[in-house]
Design a protein around this ligand. Structure first.
Ligand code: FAD
Length: 345
């Protein structure tokens, strides 16, 4: 007799799509648990661009990735979702029927869920930064080697070295230059894979002596107890230079792996999960896929798509969870019933 956690819906992934699904399900009295392998909510928004502005969330002219996530978390507070962070959903077994689905899911931490329905909101899958081949780099990760900027203040008055030639490397070069004590951009080639205006802006800063640019790669780092003091730059012609370095940011891209989702017996389309556009249900009754992970003709990998998909999937979820109840269409502005659930009336 295993100690399983019972829930109406298990949401795989706490990115924007998974978070908003909690809201849409909550309005329909459907309870959700949310699992994410990352240590916090927000998916790509928190992990990849927490301090960058987003301009295409309807009704919000500009907000950063983290602000969007914070607001989504606030919006779903009335529904008290339970989060399970640092856990990967590994296995999914179907126990029910097409009319009455039921699933057993297990996580990397050994938790077991019995869930009526599953919402897969796994985005690009479990993603991880590609690491540069620098000996002992893991000793410094999270203290002075970072693959994303969580707090700009961590870089204030520090000697910063950024490695890479793509958008992330260039964006953070431009953003951190005003706060850093010194900033050196290192890239193997003089060509960049970044937006041309960022490249121009970076070159202007180099011309004005405000940042350094070096051709080559970082081959070694030094420091103690996780705190960097210097880095060795190997130039393309074989020369070696010691750089002052208290913060190192390698931007070598991300590997996005679909991960365990691929083994759940679902039909796949180029590592994405095909769904219909009425209910966003997969080839398996009771398993829905919303956000970046799904595929249908015309799909746009935008946050607003995931919000819409969550709303429609929740409607079908209601039919499974409350087969005898008729679902009335209601507005949050005028329904006292919905407002009670939201705790605003
Ligand atoms: P994600 O945000 O990818 O979240 C999925 C979550 O699922 C992740 O946290 C992952 O860890 C978790 N997960 C996956 N598999 C498992 C598993 N088996 N077990 C547990 N957890 C799992 N979109 C816009 O609309 N506007 C923009 O301006 C914009 N700018 C962007 C800028 C950048 C640099 C990037 C990278 C993306 C941008 N996007 C933008 C795209 C947007 O971030 C994505 O469309 C959005 O994050 C998708 O949300 P999601 O919830 O589907 O997936």
């Amino acid at each position: 007799n295993e100690a399983a956690i019972e829930t109406d819906v298990l949401i795989v992934g706490a990115g924007p799509a998974g978070l908003f699904a909690v809201f849409e399900l909550g309005l329909l009295d459907i309870k959700a648990h949310v699992v994410d392998i990352l240590p916090r909510a927000g998916g790509q928004c928190s992990e990849l661009y927490p301090e960058k502005p987003i301009y295409d969330i309807p009704g919000i002219p500009a907000c950063t990735g983290q602000e969007l996530v914070d607001n989504l978390l606030k919006q779903i507070e009335p529904f008290h979702p339970t989060f399970h962070f640092n856990e990967m959903v590994e296995t999914l077994v179907s126990l029910g029927t097409a009319e009455k689905p039921e699933f057993r899911l297990t996580t990397s931490m050994g938790k077991i869920f019995h869930s009526k329905l599953v919402f897969i909101a796994a985005g690009g899958g479990s993603f991880q930064p590609k690491k540069p081949p620098i000996p002992k780099i893991e000793d410094y990760e999270g203290k002075s080697v970072f693959y994303a900027v969580r707090h700009m203040e961590d870089f204030r008055d520090k000697n910063v070295v950024i490695v890479g030639g793509g958008d992330s490397a260039l964006d953070w070069t431009l953003n951190l230059q005003p706060v850093a004590k010194s900033l050196t951009l290192v890239h193997r080639r003089a060509e960049f894979r970044a937006a041309p205006h960022s490249v121009t802006a970076m070159q202007e800063l180099v011309g004005a002596g405000k940042i350094n640019f070096r051709l080559g790669q970082i081959t070694a780092i030094e420091g103690a107890e996780g705190h960097l003091s210097g880095a060795t730059l190997k130039g393309n012609e074989g020369s070696e230079e010691k750089l002052a370095c208290e913060r190192l940011m390698p931007f070598f891209g991300l590997t996005m792996k679909l991960g365990p989702v691929a083994e759940w017996g679902l039909q796949l389309h180029e590592n994405l999960i095909p769904v219909d556009t009425e209910k966003f249900e997969t080839s398996h009754p009771g398993i829905f896929a919303i956000g970046d992970i799904n595929y249908y003709p015309g799909k746009l990998k935008l946050i607003l798509s995931g919000f819409h998909e969550a709303a429609l999937a929740a409607q079908k979820a209601h039919r499974y969870v409350y087969p005898d109840k008729k679902l009335l269409f209601q507005y949050t502005t005028s329904s006292t019933n919905l407002q009670k659930k939201l705790g605003v009336s």
